[in-house]
Design a protein around this ligand. Structure first.
Ligand code: ADP
Length: 484
């Protein structure tokens, strides 16, 4: 449409280095609309040399930004929050175009992503320390916090705005400069956001963006450079492991938001209406492409049939289509590999005895769609219980005792989030204690909030984003003894 063309024309197509938009020297990156498979924009593609120049810029800007008063840093972030509200419709449409999520969800992401700007604009002035007398009475011990220094931020494609603001906002609030490498599948939102930050008054070099088709070749030299002090990554566990190994060379501070395999436990005493609402949200938000997505539905045998019947009814009422169309609730997956992976997971589960209650295949036509699917009688050992699904398949297994449910919930190397539905308060508290994850949804399918610490245990990652914890990831502690 004309509106889409006009918006895409207004999105910068360069690399953003030291406050300038650069054309780039390589074959451009072609960004696709996953609902049609068509190329919607061609943009600059960073080389490893471009990446190093972005780090040069971040290093050159580091001292001045660290010395900028916290109030000024906070006010710039607040201005960015306000500008984002003004440009809300553009950002929402842009995310739908490059990533596929329905417009209503893209709007929700503008709200969620924006809150990190507001939250950390408020936290910038609350960076504090402490002091006390040494136990021996020989002096005063002073503890202060300083920005860690230049940071490298690698973001994924599933939440193109929120994953960027969740890292950039606390880094800037803390006084750090950054190089951002957005996912090559959805770089446009980050470029548009870099323009917004410049408009909000972020000085040249404080935020640099290098999108590239060769993530590893551009990232490795940045991570190996002694000027870099921090690496923050959101993406898959295998890539996270490799980045952690590289970060070990220079003993970098790291934050890692990796994969999940969330259990969604429904007890026999659950409010089933709430459990079904929670399931729809935890499973089908973002077309199932969230690390917090419910991956394994573990349902008490007494309510499993009723739960499956009700979610199937709800799933059959979902509407698949391009995210820009009114009433669409399920957009396309990100690419054809994702579609193939859904088909393979269903086939494996069915070959081991699962039954398909609805969906189960890719519809005919253009774009990377897969039908929202419900599987029951999923058998132990099925790939779908072990792998992060990252798509619209709801897989149900059953249990009979609480211990069995807990054992099944914890039977994974991941530990990002768990969901439990019960009306028994004591049981709810036991679930908080016993489910081994960094986050918990108790009788709710959505917990993310800029004011709360997001992150996992086990192989789901290291560190927390958001909350009071989020800014700590970009600060280092300094202790000084002042003799009496
Ligand atoms: P997903 O499975 O969600 O695509 P990835 O972990 O592959 O997750 O990608 C997340 C981000 O990590 C993207 O920005 C991608 O370009 C980047 N990435 C992938 N491989 C590497 C690598 N070897 N080094 C640095 N960044 C990488």
């Amino acid at each position: 449409s004309a509106r889409e063309t006009d918006l895409l024309d207004r999105v910068p197509d360069g690399l953003f280095i030291l406050g300038n938009w650069e054309a780039g020297t390589r074959e451009p990156i072609e960004v696709q609309d996953p609902a049609t498979g068509r190329v919607i924009k061609r943009i600059a593609n960073a080389t490893p040399e471009d990446g190093m120049r972005a780090l040069d810029a971040a290093a050159a800007a580091a001292d001045a930004w660290a010395a900028t008063p916290p109030r000024v840093r906070g006010e710039i972030l607040r201005r960015a929050f306000d500008l984002l509200q003004e440009r809300r419709e553009d950002f929402a449409l842009l995310m739908t175009l490059e990533m596929g999520k329905p417009l209503a969800e893209a709007n929700g992401e503008v709200t969620y992503g924006g809150e990190f700007l507001r939250w950390f604009s408020e936290e910038a002035v609350r960076i504090s320390g402490r002091f006390g007398q040494s136990p021996e009475g020989t002096g005063t011990m002073v503890v202060t916090q300083r920005p860690v220094g230049p940071c490298f931020l690698i973001t994924p494609w599933n939440f193109p705005l929120a994953m960027a603001t969740r890292k950039i906002a606390p880094a800037l609030a803390a006084g750090c400069t950054v190089v951002v490498k957005p996912a090559e599948l959805t770089p446009l939102t980050t470029l548009f956001f870099a323009q917004l930050l410049a408009d909000a008054g972020v000085p040249a070099g404080v935020v640099n963006v290098v999108q590239t088709s060769t993530a590893r070749d551009v990232s490795s030299p940045i991570i190996a450079d002694p000027r870099l002090r921090k690496l923050s990554f959101t993406g898959s566990t295998p890539v996270g492991r490799s980045l952690l190994a590289q970060a070990g060379q220079n003993v970098l501070r790291t934050s890692m938001e990796l994969g999940g395999n969330a259990p969604f436990v429904v007890f026999e005493d659950a409010d089933l209406d709430k459990a079904v609402d929670g399931a729809m949200l935890a499973k089908f938000r973002n077309i199932g492409q969230a690390c917090t997505a419910a991956n394994r539905f573990i349902v008490h045998e007494a309510v499993a049939d009723e739960f499956a019947r009700r979610v199937t009814e709800r799933v059959q009422a979902l509407r698949i289509g391009r995210g820009t169309e009114d009433g669409v609730t399920i957009g396309p997956l990100i690419d054809d590999r994702a579609v193939a992976s859904m088909a393979a997971l269903v086939e494996d589960a069915v070959s081991r005895g699962a039954r398909v209650l609805t969906g189960g295949s890719a519809p005919e036509g253009d774009g990377y769609f897969f039908e929202p699917t419900v599987l029951v009688d999923v058998q132990p050992g099925s790939d779908i219980l072990r792998e992060e699904i990252f798509g619209p398949i709801l897989a149900i297994t059953t249990f009979s005792t609480e211990d069995e449910a807990v054992a099944a919930a914890n039977d994974t190397e991941y530990g990002l989030i768990g969901y439990a539905f019960t009306q028994d308060l004591a049981r709810g508290q036991r679930m908080i204690d016993r489910i081994d994850t960094g986050m918990m949804g108790l009788n709710t399918g959505l917990v993310s909030n800029a004011a709360a610490p997001f992150g996992g245990v086990k192989q789901s990652g290291l560190g927390r984003e958001g909350g009071l914890e989020g800014i700590q990831e970009y600060l280092s502690t300094k202790y000084t003894l002042i003799p009496a």
